[in-house]
Ligand binder design. Structure first.
Ligand code: COS
Length: 380
């Protein structure tokens, strides 16, 4: 067993770390305050190859492994989780979904642009009444021969307003339940496709989250992904990988909050000494660091499983379940270590605490992860 990272892994991690410090950190508080989408930063991340990291170079991607991807996700999330969720959705849900299950024409037409960052993608599964219960899709796509007609509303869609291409999951035959669901590629600007108002969120405020409204949108048949009825499996398989990305995001949030707490504890004085000299604080740091290391092992194991071609449903779900809890716990403790300053935006940790919460909710709540894990355990 080898726990060390390769030269290539260290290089990509350091590139992401450097980018996060020089390009993401300067405006992160302002973007959070104003809910400002990081347009410039996303453009630069595209140029660095962060938006299509694992895609085959023949489609414009970086041809990297999942370990590289989680390293980048962690580093970006240590500074700005709003930027990292954009990276996560484009890589894990949109590019992966298209590369693994799209037709050659779809890959040429859409994936090549998404992998280079020329265009941005969104993954549209959740609805007002179908987030966790993904089979209960109310959005319908009616087969009209050479095209489908799409109607319905999607909710909480990351990159909702800024994306160019949308992977939309819809019901094509209610009677067939999960086998009557399909996934489609929809382009912004198509008639009847409207982007709803931007959500005013607790955290990841720099990313844009919208509802989407489809009103008799004509989708060509060649934009269906996979065989008829493949949509539910498409969503499940894609989300299974997406969870590894979000687990890495949660890990980064925890690690970023911990780094700030550690630094602060070495300069802030109370009772005549730096607060790190008080066991009350030193023990907190020990607990925070230990849980972060445990989360990192789970994240790396899930990424490694994916790279090895092993099933990663369970390891991805365990990584997300645990790392998101660690992100929450560690960021709350980081605020506590900072005392009154922790409650002030300038010190960053309150933003980590707000950003952490969503990692327990999106791409499957913690409760959903437990369903996935327990089913895996009890399958035989
Ligand atoms: N990979 C491949 N196939 C999968 C799968 C996976 N990870 N998970 C489920 N499936 C398949 C099953 O094998 C089954 O196929 P068959 O009928 O051919 O056997 C089918 O999908 C239905 O599976 P199941 O009956 O287990 O589905 P459930 O509706 O009970 O769903 C959960 C199981 C709850 C795990 C699933 O609905 C889920 O993950 N929901 C959360 C979705 C989510 O993350 N929402 C947040 C969206 S944010 S973008």
């Amino acid at each position: 067993m080898d726990f060390s990272l390769s030269e290539e892994h260290l290089m990509i991690r350091d590139a992401a770390r450097d980018f996060a410090r020089t390009e993401l950190l300067p405006g992160v508080i302002e973007r959070d305050n104003l809910q400002k989408f990081p347009t410039e930063q996303v453009k630069k991340m595209g140029e660095l190859g962060f938006l299509g990291m694992m895609v085959d170079p023949k489609y414009g991607g970086g041809g990297m492994d999942t370990i590289s991807y989680v390293l980048v996700m962690e580093e970006l999330s240590k500074v700005d989780a709003s930027c990292s969720v954009i990276v996560s959705v484009n890589n894990s849900l949109v590019c992966y979904g298209l590369e693994a299950y799209g037709s050659e024409d779809q890959k040429q037409k859409y994936l090549t642009k998404l992998a280079t960052g020329e265009k941005l993608g969104a993954f549209c599964l959740s609805e007002p009444e179908a987030g966790s219960d993904a089979t209960s899709q109310k959005t319908t796509a009616i087969d009209k021969g050479d095209h489908y007609v799409l109607n319905g509303t999607k909710n909480w869609i990351t990159n909702g307003g800024t994306a160019d291409f949308y992977l939309v999951i819809a019901q094509t035959d209610k009677e067939k339940k999960h086998k009557g669901i399909n996934a489609f590629i929809v382009e912004k600007g198509w008639e009847g496709f409207e982007v709803g108002p931007k959500e005013d969120k607790l955290g990841i405020r720099g990313s844009d989250t919208h509802s989407l409204i489809f009103n008799d949108v004509k989708v060509p048949k060649e934009n269906r992904i996979g065989e008829d009825g493949f949509g539910f499996k498409f969503a499940m398989k894609t989300l299974a990988g997406g969870r590894i990305g979000i687990a890495a995001q949660a890990l980064g949030i925890a690690a970023g909050a911990y780094d700030l707490a550690r630094e602060y504890s070495k300069v802030r004085k109370a009772f005549g000494t730096e607060i790190s000299n008080h066991q009350a604080i030193a023990f907190k740091l020990a607990d925070m660091h230990t849980s972060i290391e445990a989360a990192r092992h789970l994240v790396m194991k899930a990424a490694w499983d994916k790279d090895q071609g092993n099933n990663y449903d369970m390891s991805g779900a365990m990584a997300k379940l645990y790392a998101s809890q660690v992100a929450m716990d560690v960021s709350v403790e980081a605020v506590q270590v900072h005392g009154g300053n922790g409650f002030v935006k300038e010190y960053h940790v309150e933003r980590f605490m707000r950003d952490a919460k969503i990692t327990q909710i999106y791409e499957g709540t913690s409760e959903i992860q437990k369903i996935v894990i327990s089913r895996g355990l009890l399958r035989d």
